[in-house]
Design a protein around this ligand. Structure first.
Ligand code: F6R
Length: 261
């Protein structure tokens, strides 16, 4: 795992967008794993800008989102399909048929989870998985005690997650109680993972996920098992990391990061 500390939210998001753009330019048929949430909005703004200003081409790539609420129709404003349409898909030249999210309205939810896993396999697996982190340490909706080998399935949301997402729904009572999410095992099969966290509300959980023990109580800690995972934080989210000096030295000196500095 590598950790990169950037001065602020915009710089952190811009670095993530540049990594995605470079991978996409190197492989126009990239299979991208995508996340939703407040943190990612800046990343998608940058990708849209690059599409318009730098001709970043999405026409041949495929995307798989991490999760979708159960019971929300795709055109409801809080569905993740709607989020992705607004923030990215409608603003770049991606083929809609190449964009995938779990169907939270499926009559048979467990069959839908299996279908989603099979679709990822058929696409050849995920090349680059973008991740945020919840205050309870989740990636996707892998809430505490999610098995580290879990696959796509239905998960009940914890009270912490319900509280975190309540502002978008206009109250805790309006937040769906369940979601379909890729499993921790599904996520760590991606060839490369990038986790982005910003703001002081994420400082404690980032320290636990990165420098704490691997535990199903903090599903993001499973990323320590991944051979190619980069955690990108702003100063605030990185504030509780013990080895900040070491992480900064690596980013400032290692040749891999030269073109990103
Ligand atoms: C959503 C997802 C979640 C979010 C996390 C952080 O697709 O994967 O794990 O990334 O809850 O959300 P924000 O960015 O709103 O704090």
């Amino acid at each position: 795992m590598e950790v990169i500390i950037q001065p602020n939210k915009e710089a952190a998001a811009s670095l993530v967008a540049r990594i995605i753009a470079n991978d996409l330019r190197a492989n126009p048929q990239l299979v991208l794993g995508l996340a939703t949430g407040k943190t990612m909005e800046r990343v998608y703004r940058q990708l849209v800008r690059m599409h318009h200003e730098e001709k970043l081409d999405f026409s041949r790539c495929a995307t798989f989102n991490l999760d979708e609420y159960v019971g929300l129709s795709p055109n409801r404003p809080n569905s993740y399909r709607h989020y992705m349409d607004c923030h990215l898909f409608s603003q770049v030249n991606i083929e809609r048929r190449n964009t995938h999210l779990p169907d939270g309205l499926a009559a048979d939810l467990s069959a839908e989870c299996q279908r989603y896993e099979a679709l990822i396999q058929k696409a050849g697996g995920i090349d680059l998985q973008l991740l945020g982190i919840g205050k309870a340490g989740h990636i996707g909706f892998n809430e505490p005690l999610s098995a580290l080998r879990s696959r796509t399935r239905v998960k009940a949301l914890t009270p912490t997650t319900i509280k975190q997402n309540a502002p978008m729904f206009g109250g805790e009572d309006k937040v769906p109680r369940r979601a379909i999410t890729m499993g921790v095992g599904t996520i760590i099969e991606a060839r490369r993972c990038i986790l982005l966290a910003t703001g002081d509300s994420k400082a404690e959980v980032i320290a636990q996920a990165v420098e704490g023990p691997i535990t199903s109580m903090i599903s993001a800690s499973a990323l320590q098992l991944h051979a190619r995972c980069t955690v990108i934080v702003d100063e605030e989210a990185g504030a509780k990391l013990k080895e900040q000096e070491y992480y900064r030295w690596i980013f400032d000196n290692e040749p891999e990061w030269e073109s990103y500095r």
